[in-house]
Ligand binder design. Sequence first.
Ligand code: ZN
Ligand code: ZN
Length: 333
Amino acid sequence: MKAVVVYEKGKYEVRDVPMPRLNDGYVLIRIKYAALCYRDLLQLAGYYPRMKYPVILGHEAVGVVVESRDPRFKSGDRVVPLLHEPDGTCEFCLRGLDSYCINALSYGESVDGFFAEYARVSGNALVKVPNEVSDELAVLVPCVIAMTYKGLRRAGLTQGETVVVTGASGGVGIHAVQLTKALGARVIGITRSLEKAKFIKQFADDVITEGTFSKAVKELTGGIGADVVIEAVGTPTIEESIRSLRVGGRLVIIGNVNPDEIYPLRLGYLILKDISLIGNVRSNKPDIAEALKLLSRGSVKPIIAATYPLDKFNEALEHMKDSTRIGKVIIKP
Ligand SMILES: [Zn+2]
Ligand SMILES: [Zn+2]
């Protein structure tokens, strides 16, 4: 089968590799779509010290079961894998917090991932996809929609609260805007581009294009500030994101477009504004299942920038870096 193999730090090629073999508890899936993510760029840039080489890149996929050695799945089941393979037995897994699994292996990093025609996946890592959810939407669930869902759940979002989404046209942002609306919030999208602002306006209540957006957020919220900010960019916007929050506001950190340290953060500011900073690693299986249920109602539309075949992986990566891109770049093997 064909796959995108990273064979040493920063070097990859599309090559023929043997079909994966199954042990008990594992399932062979035919990949219908696999999505590109900023993590792939950071991995190729060498920021992931635990990468094993060679490894098949990719951690976002939807597929169909073609062979199963796990009684929970049968041929023809449509499934999405978690971003990691949990052991299913550690104390976190037993508490439904598989994203913290102490023995987790990460797809596309410590175990082969999904930029391939087929993948071997542990049954512990799979969630079935309801018929109402399309493949194009399902591929976005584990790393984008369910991850945002988990962040908002941990932030304790309630109906009618105001949520700011930075990088609102990006792969995470444009879906975070829609999910947050579906959860009953008022949404303010942030972008620097007027062109992108027009697009985001289809889904968000307001869009701000100023670089120092906290002032505009304050104006839109009667001087109070936002209840929650979904930080989908990272270091370039985090200072303004924190300034946009009301007293007692919550910052959900998802984006990390570059791994630099952030500006000097004054703890007094966080203390006196009673601000919560919420990190966000992976999504748990229950978050994926709940997000899929919510999506069955048709409340979120997948925004796909382009679809590439495996052979054109290089072009897909270049498209990821294109600053005019709106939405996700996906691969159809
Ligand atoms: Zn991802
Ligand atoms: Zn575990």
